[in-house]
Design a binder for this molecule. Structure first.
Ligand code: ATP
Length: 138
């Protein structure tokens, strides 16, 4: 079986969509194995978003991710990484297909960063790396 890191980003928590995200992931059949509400730190985000350092959206992305608490979760199940990314939809919430979390619940707010409600790991190696960053005891 496989694990993935899911974050409800600060926009999702602020808008009260945490339960809706969890509902969709559980309804698809994945199991919640860990959950924590917490405010990130610069150090944690530097590790989490290391691959994006230097990109034009990096600083606004970090500021956005520090703008309020996030809900960090680990979900488990066969091919959960691919399954969650399919549930989440495309990065740009305006373009994300209806039926997806971003497509149904998100849109462009005219800000420097795509405020797209959720994060999900994109590969087994990044999932294990990200779980280690957010849940060192797992
Ligand atoms: P995530 O990793 O958050 O699930 P993703 O894999 O679709 O989303 P990445 O390419 O890893 O997106 O980018 C990380 C985050 O940075 C995005 O989720 C989004 O919030 C922001 N982002 C990415 N590309 C852009 C961009 N071109 N302009 C503004 N913000 C961006």
């Amino acid at each position: 079986t496989q694990r993935t890191l899911v974050l409800v980003k600060p926009d999702g928590v602020r808008r009260g969509l945490t339960g809706e995200v969890i509902r969709r992931v559980e309804a698809k059949g994945y199991s919640l194995v860990s959950l924590e509400l917490r405010t990130a730190t610069r150090e944690l985000l530097a590790a989490h978003y290391a691959e994006h350092e230097g990109k034009p959206f990096y600083e606004p992305l970090v500021e956005f991710m520090l703008s309020g608490p996030v809900v960090a979760m680990v979900f488990e199940g066969e091919r959960v990484i691919e399954g969650f990314r399919s549930l989440a939809g495309a990065t740009d919430p305006t373009a994300a297909a209806p039926g997806t979390i971003r497509g149904d619940l998100g849109r462009d707010w005219g800000l420097a960063v795509q405020q797209n409600l959720v994060h999900g790991s994109d590969a087994p190696e990044s999932a294990e790396r990200e779980i280690g960053i957010w849940f060192p005891s797992l």
